[in-house]
Ligand binder design. Structure first.
Ligand code: GLU
Length: 331
């Protein structure tokens, strides 16, 4: 259990959020609660990420009825990083269908670090988990489009539809990572050696590196999450981005794998599908209700934003979002 969380009364997961005012109040409360923590460290393995201001913090909620909430730095842009994996996975599921994606990529947690090479070897080249780098690069390779440029356009357009606004590439982040991503290139080559990637592996890594360098805000993350919560329709723009079946499949994968090797712990404490990224973003999804987006660059050792986890935990309890929390029908 996250320290102190027992003080937040656990409401049962029911069919609706409380009214807008109540949600607004609880978003502010979650922000204040999580802001007290200065635990964790800013990521530095991608050189430019080390320059992030560790004090930045924002909490945003987007409801499926279009209601919006936000406290703190919810308009500050940062790079999507690993969170892109969740939405590119949804786009690829939409293009290829449930069975083909399951067969090629898999849905299980490797239990190993996000950039593990051993995980590929242990599974005879099968990527297993689309939320860590091997599976994510293999997923990006399956994006619609006959060329790397077309795949990149499909990723950018699809992720923008989830956000409800055109997302731009952060060129500095892209270049910083492209110059230092030898490990991802090695992972792609290893997948190629097992016949698990059918396009130029380095071109797939390049598209993957670009999708990770798209700029978003915590408010964007909330809307992207709300689109997955709303059966694939963006509640702000009204655009259908993916099918309801794709949302269901994507959320199952996020529940099992979204928070790196801490995915079980996150589910135990928070009880929501979610995905984190090393720039400090976290998106969490309450199916049928809302998306939660948080941003704070200090990370736990697995790469998850510490304040983001605390704020999401608070909201999950106080808003009754934990998908495992019920109350007896006969009271
Ligand atoms: N672009 C990063 C990488 O591939 C994403 C890592 C992450 O957010 O987990 O190393």
């Amino acid at each position: 259990m996250i320290a102190g969380m027992e003080q937040v009364a656990q409401r049962a997961c029911t069919g609706a959020l409380p009214g807008w005012d109540q949600v607004d109040l609880l978003v502010a409360e979650a922000y204040e609660y999580a802001r007290r923590s200065t635990d964790g460290a800013v990521a530095d393995y991608i050189p430019i990420l080390a320059q992030a201001d560790p004090e930045l913090f924002g909490v945003a909620v987007a409801e499926v009825d279009g209601g919006r909430h936000g406290v703190g730095d919810v308009g500050t842009e940062f790079s999507l990083q690993s969170i892109s994996k969740a939405f590119v996975y949804a786009l690829v599921c939409q293009a290829l269908g449930h069975d083909a994606v399951r067969e090629r990529i898999g849905v299980d947690n490797t239990g190993l670090a996000f950039d593990s090479v051993i995980a590929i070897e242990l599974n005879a080249g099968h990527p297993m988990n689309p939320m860590v780098n091997a599976g994510a690069i293999a997923t990006t390779a399956l994006l619609p489009g006959g060329s790397p440029g077309a795949k990149w356009e499909a990723a950018r357009a699809g992720l923008s539809a989830f956000a409800g606004r055109p997302l731009e590439l952060d060129d500095d982040v892209y270049r910083s990572e492209a110059a230092t991503n030898q490990r991802n290139r090695a992972i792609a080559r290893l997948l190629e050696s097992y016949g698990r990637i059918e396009v130029d592996p380095l071109a797939a890594v390049d598209v993957y590196t670009r999708q990770c360098a798209l700029r978003v805000t915590a408010a964007d993350l909330a809307v992207m999450g709300a689109t997955l919560a709303d059966g694939g329709v963006n509640p702000v723009t009204g655009e259908r981005v993916v099918s309801a079946t794709v949302c269901r499949d994507t959320l199952a994968v996020l529940a099992a794998n979204g928070l790196y090797q801490r995915s079980g712990e996150w589910l135990f404490d928070i009880g929501l599908p979610g995905k984190s990224g090393v720039a400090g973003g976290i998106v969490a999804v309450s199916p049928g209700k809302a998306g939660i987006g948080t941003f704070s660059p200090r990370l736990d050792p697995a790469g998850n934003s510490v304040r983001g986890k605390l704020a999401t935990a608070h909201l999950s309890r106080a808003l009754g979002l934990n998908i495992f929390a019920s109350a007896p029908w006969r009271r």
